[in-house]
Write a protein that binds this ligand. Sequence first.
Ligand SMILES: Nc1ncnc2c1ncn2[C@@H]1O[C@H](COP(=O)(O)OP(=O)(O)OP(=O)(O)O)[C@@H](O)[C@H]1O
Ligand SMILES: [Mg+2]
Length: 185
Amino acid sequence: MIEIPQIFEIIKDSNTPPHIKNDYFERATAQLNRLGKLLDQLLSEAKEEMAYRWKPKKMQILVDSDESLFIYTDGSALYRIVTNLLSNAIKYSYENGKVMISAKEKGESVEISIEDHGIGIKEKELPRIFERFYRASNCSQTGAKGMGLGLALVKHLCEILNAKISIESKYTLGTSVTVLIPNSK
Ligand SMILES: Nc1ncnc2c1ncn2[C@@H]1O[C@H](COP(=O)(O)OP(=O)(O)OP(=O)(O)O)[C@@H](O)[C@H]1O
Ligand SMILES: [Mg+2]
């Protein structure tokens, strides 16, 4: 694999044609995205970004992950997965609700779970929730707004990362989504 310092040399070289520069610029960006990131930091940033959603509902978001756990994957894709799942956990929770984001190492992978104690999803509707534009009947009951696109995007991003996603839910009690991400350099 061509390393970032070499890529910068090629980009800096005035003889490199612009379209080649663009190509190398994209390669450098992709490599930087894959650099190891402190998972705890990524999860805490996602929590802070969503503060405008959970603070007005007086919710508590707990992050439980090993402070030294590094993740080697596309960080921006993972960040979008986490913010989308957190968005759902907040949206489909009651006021004063609690959400737990936890991360732990599982062999060569890292497992991230987002668990809420919100309105839950009826068992017979679970198989469809990753479909584009699908919204379960719990939305009409609560008036929660959305397009039904978040989980379709999450599923797509998981495929890109080679990650496995699973969901468990008990109607009226809460939902837990788990993502298992390969963590090899
Ligand atoms: N944590 C959750 N608790 C209860 N229901 C959920 C949860 N996450 C998803 N759902 C159900 O699955 C459906 C699909 O979720 P998805 O994130 O794709 O769409 P959305 O949240 O309705 O809209 P968008 O994400 O586009 O704003 C939701 O409409 C909701 O019925
Ligand atoms: Mg959503």
